[in-house]
Write a protein that binds this ligand. Structure first.
Ligand SMILES: C[S@@+](CC[C@H](N)C(=O)[O-])C[C@H]1O[C@@H](n2cnc3c(N)ncnc32)[C@H](O)[C@@H]1O
Length: 217
């Protein structure tokens, strides 16, 4: 792998929050199985056996492990060491060898050059202080024609109250970093970076927005 890590450290407070809840997160059933399966299927339409995939905020690795049989290699990363421990153990149990799990924050990763065919960022862009920087990093690490798949809670659409709650929740350690923005804000961030949106799907009100975007050739 030629991805290098910059000197910036992962946000320790954020990592601690996710470390604390990792084992509960791993045991929690998927909230809406039909929606999850549809997102896997929509993603799979863009996957090919020769492809190299990068994932950030991979959590306990379920999605990387589900896609693993359909691509050559997946480099899956997460800020939480505990999430990565669980992901590695799931990969071992399933005998899956083409997924490399690594603890790393998206902020600490700097791509040397475009090298991935697909980047996955699922349930993560609204958990970052700077989504635009993350989207720009994704753009840089993709080959021309590469695909960025994201699923994002646009809390500003229906739950503006989070603008008030989020800083308090973070201060008291009961909420992670939460960034409140709307669907148009997110689409603007993705398009302004240079991506062309290929598919956009929202399963319903208050549901995460699923976007598949392409870096132009
Ligand atoms: C809501 S979970 C989503 C996990 C997985 N993508 C899924 O869809 O189930 C968010 C994940 O993002 C990770 N995370 C939070 N901030 C991060 C950051 N700055 N860089 C990388 N991962 C981060 C957390 O540790 C957590 O595992």
């Amino acid at each position: 792998m030629t991805v290098t890590h910059s000197n910036r450290l992962a946000t320790p407070r954020s990592a601690r929050f996710w470390d604390r809840i990792a084992s509960r997160y791993a045991k929690r059933p998927v909230a809406d199985e039909a929606t999850y399966q549809k997102k896997l299927q929509m993603t799979r339409e863009f996957l090919k056996p020769h492809m190299k995939v990068f994932e950030f905020g991979c959590g306990t690795g379920s999605t990387a492990l589900a896609h693993a049989p359909h691509v050559a290699h997946i480099h899956a990363t997460d800020i939480s060491a505990q999430m990565i421990e669980i992901a590695k153990s799931k990969a071992g149990d399933a005998g899956i060898q083409n997924v490399e799990f690594e603890q790393a924050s998206i902020e600490s990763i700097a791509a040397n050059s475009a090298q991935y065919d697909v980047v996955l960022g699922l349930s993560i862009l609204h958990l970052l202080d700077n989504r635009d920087a993350a989207i720009a990093a994704v753009y840089d690490m993709l080959e021309p024609g590469g695909i960025f798949v994201s699923s994002t809670a646009c809390l500003g659409d229906h739950m503006k109250i989070f603008k008030l709650i989020a800083p308090l929740g973070k201060f008291f350690g009961v909420l992670p970093t939460l960034s409140v923005f709307t669907t148009p804000n997110l689409i603007e961030s993705i398009e302004d970076t240079g991506f062309e949106i290929q598919a956009k799907w929202s399963p319903g009100k208050n549901k995460s927005l699923f976007i598949i975007a392409r870096k132009p050739l």
